[in-house]
Design a protein around this ligand. Structure first.
Ligand SMILES: Cc1cc2nc3c(=O)[nH]c(=O)nc-3n(C[C@H](O)[C@H](O)[C@H](O)COP(=O)(O)OP(=O)(O)OC[C@H]3O[C@@H](n4cnc5c(N)ncnc54)[C@H](O)[C@@H]3O)c2cc1C
Length: 370
């Protein structure tokens, strides 16, 4: 039971309560602070650290490979796809200006799309579409985005030509999130960890919030729980688990940059002199539609064989760590940012590119409150 003092100083007269301290939740809080300098702003977070996707991701500062863009064009209009890419691109610039490249450990090493030996149709389709996509994106970048490059990395069992994107970068996910959390603390934003919001109810003057530890009231509630959104909201967001490994340091690693395979389902990069590899969700989409962290033997085996047979065929390596994160996905790629009712708002369903769009989505969520 909380004391009178605890309630009074922490949990009373709260103006804005945000659920979730991922990229979106923190950026939402930072924007609210700018708009309402004297407001009491609280973030309630289930994990001891942010525990969804923002501290688990691969740190690609990307906006889509050729095969992903072609795939998106099948379910979205050209205008929608251009908007998605514009938002991802400006989102990365926004994040860089907020925290700075040094803090983010941002490196502009470029990104590559790699096609496996078996993907002849997709490979040919992408090579053929490359120029059209460059033309489609020229209003955003003013230059050709995707170029053909040969395989100088020693990858095996792949098509010889890789598609290179000079505009793609990589950053340090942990430093990004620490930087955002530090900014929030400096801006007098209270973050309470290990608190799960279980339900809420809106009244004329406030929102009553129930958590697993206490009940409280807030003038407004902003939900930034991404893949976990369905637990407290009725929105079209499916959880999607993504499994990742990182190797121990590898001597003289020549692989530098971010690499996409199989329409973005598989991805790898160097982290200094290690390889981080994620993917395999397409092998068992039903099983991976879960909010439970963990690994599956099927996907572990698949990722290990990708590492051995394609990425590091001639190099000895050891795995240092495995982990997983939970994304929020749906039939459309754009996030859901909207009022749920008069005092409740949400910014969820960030998909696989929340590093790029998360800061802008957080800002947009806060801007729903005038
Ligand atoms: C393995 C992996 C690799 C990825 N790689 C990339 C990449 O390279 N580039 C890229 O752009 N994007 C990538 N993404 C996607 C990106 O990380 C996400 O889109 C982004 O982090 C989403 O941010 P968010 O703030 O919306 O959600 P999250 O970071 O998931 O934050 C939601 C928070 O809400 C909390 N929460 C949930 N429910 C409750 C509740 N009821 N009460 C209290 N707290 C709650 C969770 O604990 C969590 O901390 C990747 C994702 C994963 C999982």
């Amino acid at each position: 039971m909380l004391s009178y003092w605890e309630y009074k100083s922490w949990l009373q007269q709260v103006d804005f309560t945000i659920v979730g301290s991922g990229i979106v939740g923190i950026n939402c809080a930072l924007t609210l602070r700018k708009k309402f300098p004297k407001a009491k702003i609280i973030i309630l977070e289930r994990g001891i650290l942010p525990q969804g996707a923002s501290t688990k991701n691969a740190g690609f500062a990307c906006f889509g490979s050729v095969s992903e863009i072609l795939d998106d064009l099948k379910s979205h209009s050209e205008e929608e796809v251009i908007n998605l890419i514009q938002n991802r691109w400006t989102g990365v610039q926004h994040l860089r200006s907020l925290l700075g490249d040094e803090k983010l450990k941002f490196h502009s090493l470029g990104g590559y799309e790699v096609f496996s030996e078996k993907e002849t149709d997709l490979y040919e389709e992408c090579l053929k579409a490359r120029e059209c996509i460059n033309t489609m994106l020229s209003p955003i970048f003013g230059q050709s985005v995707f170029e053909e490059r040969s395989n100088t990395f020693g990858f095996q069992n792949i098509k010889e030509t890789l598609l290179w994107n000079q505009f793609e970068g990589q950053l340090d996910t942990g430093e990004m999130m620490r930087g955002l959390l530090d900014l929030a603390l400096k801006q007098d934003i209270l973050i309470l960890n290990s608190i799960t919001v279980t339900s809420f109810e809106e009244n004329a003057s406030h929102v009553s919030i129930k958590t697993d530890k206490f009940d409280m009231e807030s003038s407004y509630l902003l939900v930034a729980t991404n893949g976990f959104a369905k637990e407290i909201l009725n929105e079209q967001v499916q959880p999607a688990r993504a499994q990742v490994l990182i190797t121990k340091p590898i001597n003289d690693l020549s692989i530098k940059g971010t690499f996409h395979m199989y329409k973005g389902f598989n991805y790898f990069r160097n982290v200094e002199n290690r390889i981080l590899l994620g993917g395999g969700r397409h092998l068992n989409m039903d099983q991976e539609e879960t909010i439970s962290f963990g690994q599956s033997e099927e996907i572990k085996t698949y990722l290990l064989s990708l590492l051995k047979e394609v990425i590091l065929p001639d190099t000895d390596f050891e795995i240092d760590q495995w982990w997983s994160g939970i994304m929020g996905v749906g039939s459309k790629k754009h996030p859901i940012v909207k009022p749920v009712s008069a005092r409740v708002y949400c910014g969820v369903r960030l998909g696989g590119m929340g590093v790029a769009i998360g800061s802008a989505v957080g800002q947009e969520l806060a801007d729903l409150i005038s």
